[in-house]
Ligand binder design. Structure first.
Ligand code: P71
Length: 522
């Protein structure tokens, strides 16, 4: 452990196999920005592990190591934001039934609802859009995408879909039968719904630390192997079509699974002939955390770690709207040919022909280029670094957030902030509405509303994590936007005892959080 650590999360990480999580080390391996290959859009070079900043340097050894870094891009086009008055925001949130999903984006100043489809594409991606081959069948952009997925992720077969849930739908319908169970490292809303609609049930096998917002465990995405073993013992391998493993686990706070843990999951599954399906939506962010926290990954490139994670699994569902830096798109990737053939056939029923699956040719081109950019070290460091910057401000000011700070978002612990509210008064929903009222900043509820009702009991699930997610789009907002956000959250924190709970006045049947309406309790 070196002495110039910058990341407070690096302290107190005791587990021996997760030792030496020194993010500062990644900074210190910062490349010489003037080296010619750093400017070349060469995907192979881009993913290379950054060399020591001092190696071969002409600078004197007395000077401190260069520690500062910035985004590896500059801004070419800007989009104007609208500022609103408190009265305008009051009207807007009432009209939206206190649900930030129902606000018009025009009425939002800084939009941290999601990092999904909200990132800025690069000039290379925009140039790729012009190469769109809009043929109904056999578009060359599909073949480019297929080749890129094979190269970056290593899966053999690719079925394009309109977005992530399209892939989840097809996969669930093909592999899950009535009465099956799907163990996974925490639920995701759409993933679990598709498993349930196919007749299966989701069983959470994530480690206990994932459910503790204050735990500093560095790999909260890890599977608890005892829990997984118990599911296998209780149900038998024949009722487990696959184990669903997410990288950078969204609902746990964007928390990584370690390569070492995934290898153990693989070994356990192999003993029973069970497949592993990877939710690869944010695998590059996960790989960054492996690089800085997991000793065996310290000398691997982001691209190599991504590949190593994927190689331990049999297939993947992908929402390209996150890591892959596009506004729309996704795919299902598989290694098993019969499953692939079945998925291709389902694709023509629900998505579109198997060489476009709901995407335009230009969209597939943008995904292919974005996938390469997603595994560039400078990109991913700046992306995760910006999230860390916002999170650290809130931590410094004593505001309860999920620790360690995740890869795509800062998650406020609404239960700890609004202690005076019962969970059935929807504290996270109320906090998200309050942050909007305060500053026009839009966040997302990730708690009792998102978790929904238990299909057996019909009661609210009351999950342990009652969170508000400040989600950072990639390459969109500046550090000043992060400052404004932190200050607004601090203002709300200061008057937290005055925030009232909510009652739900309209509840849709599926994924209720999208369209539910609320009103403040008296
Ligand atoms: C996010 C989203 C988008 C979203 C979805 C549902 C409710 C609210 C917001 C989407 C994911 C995801 C993971 C890990 C699959 C999907 C579905 N996330 N897996 O975080 O995070 O992908 O949206 O492209 O259909 O805001 P899709």
């Amino acid at each position: 452990m070196t002495d110039d650590r910058t990341n407070p999360d690096a302290s107190d990480l005791g587990a021996p196999d997760h030792d030496a999580p020194d993010p500062g080390a990644a900074d210190r391996r910062a490349p010489d920005r003037h080296a010619p290959d750093r400017h070349a859009p060469d995907p192979a070079a881009a993913g290379r592990r950054a060399p020591d900043a001092h190696a071969g340097s002409h600078r004197s050894s007395q000077r401190p190591a260069r520690r500062s870094w910035a985004e590896p891009w500059k801004i070419k086009m800007v989009e104007h934001l609208k500022m609103t008055t408190p009265e305008e925001r009051r009207r807007a949130i009432e009209e939206a039934g206190y649900n930030t999903f129902l606000l018009r984006s025009e009425d939002v100043y800084i939009d941290l609802l999601t990092d999904s489809g909200t990132s800025a594409m690069s000039d290379r991606q925009w140039a790729g859009m012009m190469l769109g081959d809009e043929a109904y069948a056999g578009s060359r952009n599909f073949y480019h995408l297929e080749e890129t997925v094979r190269d970056v992720y290593g899966y053999r077969y690719v079925v394009p879909t309109h977005q992530g849930r399209g892939a989840e739908h097809i996969l669930s319908q093909i592999l899950i039968k009535e009465g099956d169970v799907v163990p996974g490292n925490m639920y995701f809303t759409t993933t679990r719904l598709h498993q349930e609609l196919a007749g299966g049930g989701f069983i959470d096998v994530i480690c206990d630390q994932a459910h503790e917002p204050a735990s500093e465990f560095p790999f909260k995405g890890d599977v608890d192997l005892y829990k997984l073993q118990k599911v296998i013992d209780d149900y038998g391998p024949d009722r487990i079509p696959y184990v669903c493993i997410a990288t950078a686990v969204n609902m746990a706070g964007g928390q990584p699974i370690s390569l070492g843990n995934l290898r153990e999951v693989r070994a356990l599954c192999d003993r029973y002939g069970i497949s592993i399906i990877h939710d690869a939506t944010r695998v590059a962010e996960n790989a960054y955390f492996c690089q800085v926290r997991e000793p065996e990954c310290a000398d691997m490139t982001i691209a190599e770690i991504v590949r190593a994670l994927c190689d331990l699994t049999d297939g993947a569902t992908m929402s390209a709207k996150k890591d892959a830096l596009v506004n729309i798109g996704g795919f299902l990737a598989l290694n098993d040919e019969p499953t692939y053939r079945a998925a291709q056939n389902m694709c023509v029923v629900y998505e579109g022909l198997h060489t476009y699956g709901g995407m335009a040719g230009r969209d597939m081109e943008a995904v292919a280029i974005g996938l390469r950019e997603s595994v560039e070290f400078d990109h991913i460091r700046a992306r995760v670094g910006q999230v860390e910057y916002l999170g650290q401000k809130l931590v410094d000011w004593g505001i309860p957030v999920v620790r360690p700070i995740g890869g795509h978002a800062v998650f406020l612990d609404a239960r700890a902030i609004l202690e005076h509210l019962d969970q059935d008064e929807y504290p996270a929903q109320a906090l998200a509405a309050e942050i909007y009222l305060e500053a026009g900043i839009r966040a997302m509820e990730r708690g009792n509303v998102s978790s929904g009702r238990d299909p057996q009991t019909g009661k609210n699930r009351r999950p342990k994590l009652e969170l508000v997610r400040l989600t950072i789009p990639r390459r969109v907002y500046t550090q000043a936007h992060m400052d404004v956000t932190a200050e607004a959250v601090a203002e709300v924190y200061d008057h937290r005892t005055q925030v009232r709970g909510l009652e739900m006045v309209f509840e849709p049947q599926y994924l209720r959080f999208f369209q539910a309406r609320f009103r403040p309790l008296a």
